[in-house]
Design a protein. Sequence first.
Length: 666
Amino acid sequence: MNRQALSFSNYLMLAKEYPEAAAAAACGVLVLLGWLALNLGWIGLALFILWSAYAIGGYESAREGLTTLWQEKEFDIDLLMIVAALGAACLGLWQRDYYLTVDGAVLILIFAISGALESFAMQRTDRNIRRLMAATPDTARVIQSDRESEVAVAKLEVGDLVLVKPGELIPIDGIILEGNSAINQASITGESLPAQKSIGDEVFAGTLNGSGALKLRVNKPPESNLIQRIVRLVEQAQTEQPPSQQFIERFERGYARFIVLAGLSIAIFPPLFLGWDWTSAIYRSLVFLVVASPCALMASIMPALLSAIANGARQGILFKNGAQIETIGRVKAIAFDKTGTLTSGKLKVVRVISSSGSSENLVLQLAAALESCSEHPIGEAIVLEARHNRQLDWPLATNVQARVGQGIVGDIEGKRIVVGKAAFVSGEVGGLHPELLKESDRLEAEGKTTVWVAANTENPDSNKSDKASGHILGLIAVADTPRSEAAETVRRLKELGIESIAMLTGDNEQTARSVAGAIGIEEVYAELLPEDKLAVIQRLQQKYKIVAMVGDGINDAPALARSSVGIAMGGAGTDVALETADIVLMGDRLEKLEPAIRLGRRANRIIKQNITLALSFIVLLLLANFAGFLNLSIGTIGHEGSTVLVTLSGLRLLKNVKSSRGEFLA
């Protein structure tokens, strides 16, 4: 009993949160029960159950259809479906063919399910906004009269002084007045490396402070910070209807208006002008409403899209919106985010160069000994290379001190070891090796970051200023490397006929072009904020119309939402990117982008075939009806038969096809 009560309670909770889905489920159960009762000969009970299915499943469509009729003086597809279903039910009562009532109930059920799916899609925007808002703290430490107090971020004003401690999220956009630190701006710019910020630099809400305490002056009101601007951009982009959607809505209303007016004309004018009897005319009119009902047209699209969704899911391609399957098949241009999308998003040691008298392993061991005491991303990459890739051990480092934005120093076996930027290391040991300096410049020109390693043989406690005894051991180059499949994916997209492939990134121009060149992308947009990425997408849409955006971060959310079809990386992607995107490539498998496009193109071909077939059936049935060759039973069989036929045709998308390379594609 308790278990049953719990199940009913859960259903009530789901019904309250998802009323359209609950109505569709109840309608489906009632249709099944009504059909069973009819087969058992319980006519009265069957009709009561089926009319209950009409009321529950058709309420929302009837409400929307009547609202549109009342407010806009327009017929829409919802109202037409209700009229057709009621017409079938009335014909069933009139002819005592009660299975027509079942046909009408099934039509109601199909539209109830469609309404539930639309409701789920509309709830995405609210989830997106909630996740974006969660990217910033609710409170901030405000300094007033040398005293610190917690204040709600919403109450901050321009000019307030805010303290941000190491490791905390920055609560508000501001200018640094005191302190310096490495700021992780990946959520805003997508940059793989923390940006070094000092006095006078601007920092953004939602970014992560590094190891230094910062005192900020608020330079923008809370409602104007960068995260809030991203929220507004996502809201605006998701509420804008593309031209194709507007065309579909106009077509639905025009079709519904034509069918209703034509049905009324068939019922009225033949008796007045052609001498038909009223009973025959009304009968032909109702048959017309049944056979002209666009069930086959609707079935020519949704089963195909649902089959494509199932096909994609098997391959690790998650389509969140069936309409986007059609859109991706018509894509002319694709814009990629760099960090985490075309690249792994994690720094990796790509080269170790040692000077004469030392070895690569020694350079790595000494650097790892110091960096193992640090949490800097570059240090983590060095430790990973030494420990996991080369299985190296290292001696214990003592007196380790990190110099913010410069490097790290420490003592190892009586020697002072220095690891960091060229200028910092040069100041510690008294000069750099000319050949290594030339190699470092070349690596940095390729977009890599170089870390110098040196040893100073002076006693660490010595106060001598002479650094001549120090010497350079070597340097280590780290970079966010392209994904192994990125270049091949770009090549195949070009083979598919994609007209434009661009890379959008917050990184600097030099790094961006280096990565793009290695992958095979010529069109590069660098040093972009989220609103800049959105502007690039809009320019591409003006030129190519249908544009896809592939990204993984919060900074990509506005561009993902504004693009014709947004595609997110399923593993590396942030929650906001995953929620905003229309398609998710599960497991970060970038190579699945090509099958997704092929699947979209194949779906478009099958949908066009299905529409042609459905329209042909409707025309044939209408001609037969006008010629008097069609009775209600044959009309219903023809109508339902055409629906089944196009549905089976759409199921072809469940099957993969084999490419010329022998691999299975969508």
